[in-house]
Design a protein around this ligand. Structure first.
Ligand SMILES: NC(=O)c1ccc[n+]([C@@H]2O[C@H](COP(=O)([O-])OP(=O)(O)OC[C@H]3O[C@@H](n4cnc5c(N)ncnc54)[C@H](O)[C@@H]3O)[C@@H](O)[C@H]2O)c1
Length: 259
């Protein structure tokens, strides 16, 4: 097992680790020798992934909207693996609705998971990582936090918030002299359960699966959807010691969408 980027000394807590980009990151981290706590509300899926990864991983029940839940997940991670080095905030939801269709409750729900959840993840991370060495926080924002669409008032607002939250955390840690970097990955359309939700909605509206997928693909210059492991590779890089001089950055993994 190759130890690139100091991975064998990393203890990583991943929110939203049961599925998609978070799960792909868990696999890469574990494969490179890190210890991984997979945090999610999807207990069965998260536990199955942890079992598959063996001694390198545990599942911790985590609802990112609750500070108490974050604290419990942190304690479980510390108990299993010792000092935490890395937090990946991947938990998120994307529920399309235009400004005319979105409700205040719906808007709040998206903000609670995507933005409050990432805020809490950063807060817990800074608390746990300060005083340590090689700390890193990686937040999953979105290209839709840089450009928007008519059906994304809530999602785009939450992800734009995640981008600037990331920079503020990075600047604070630098100012305080903490050895903690904080960066954001901005995925384009990555073929996960989240995008499967859009495909199902497109099919329900009478489109074919192929048409919906090629619709997504067509707005990305590389003309295809990304794979979860392609977004996860950027997460792992930003978490690694190889990215030691990178903080406060946005890293698009978007097939050229933002170019
Ligand atoms: N897939 C894409 O095209 C895409 C594009 C840009 C950004 N993103 C972002 O990437 C991240 C991962 O998304 P994905 O595509 O892997 O989707 P996914 O649906 O496969 O995974 C999201 C995970 O978050 C978990 N989650 C939801 N609410 C939670 C909560 N309250 N507490 C803990 N976990 C919770 C879900 O259970 C799920 O396991 C999200 O933040 C998403 O917004 C995805």
């Amino acid at each position: 097992m190759a130890d690139s980027g100091g991975m064998s000394s990393k203890v990583v807590l991943i929110s939203g680790g049961a599925s998609g980009i978070g799960a792909a990151a868990a696999r890469i981290f574990a494969g490179r020798g890190a210890k991984v706590a997979i945090g999610d509300i999807q207990v069965e899926k998260g536990a199955a992934l942890a079992a598959d990864l063996g001694d390198s991983a545990i599942f911790v029940r985590l609802d990112v909207t609750s500070e108490a839940s974050w604290r419990e997940a942190l304690v479980e991670t510390l108990t299993a693996f010792g000092a935490l080095t890395t937090v990946v905030n991947s938990a998120g939801v994307s529920i399309p609705a235009s400004i005319e269709d979105e409700t205040l409750d719906g808007f709040h729900r998206t903000m609670a998971i995507n933005l409050d959840g990432t805020f809490l993840g950063c807060k817990i991370a800074v608390e746990a990582l300060k005083g340590g060495k090689g700390g890193a926080i990686v937040n999953i924002a979105s290209t839709l936090g840089a450009r928007s669409g008519a059906i994304f008032p809530a999602y785009s607002s939450s992800k734009a918030g995640v981008r600037l939250l990331t920079r503020s955390v990075a600047l604070h840690c630098a100012e305080q002299g903490y050895d903690i970097r904080c960066n954001a990955v901005l995925p384009g359309a990555i073929h996960t359960e989240m995008v499967e939700g859009y495909i199902a909605a497109g099919e329900a509206a009478g489109g074919s699966r192929e048409d919906v997928i090629s619709g997504f693909a067509s707005v990305h210059p590389l003309k295809r959807l990304g794979r979860p492991e392609e977004a996860a590779a950027a997460v792992v890089f930003l978490a690694s010691d190889e990215a030691g001089y990178i903080t406060g950055a946005d890293l698009p993994v978007d097939g050229g969408y933002l170019a």
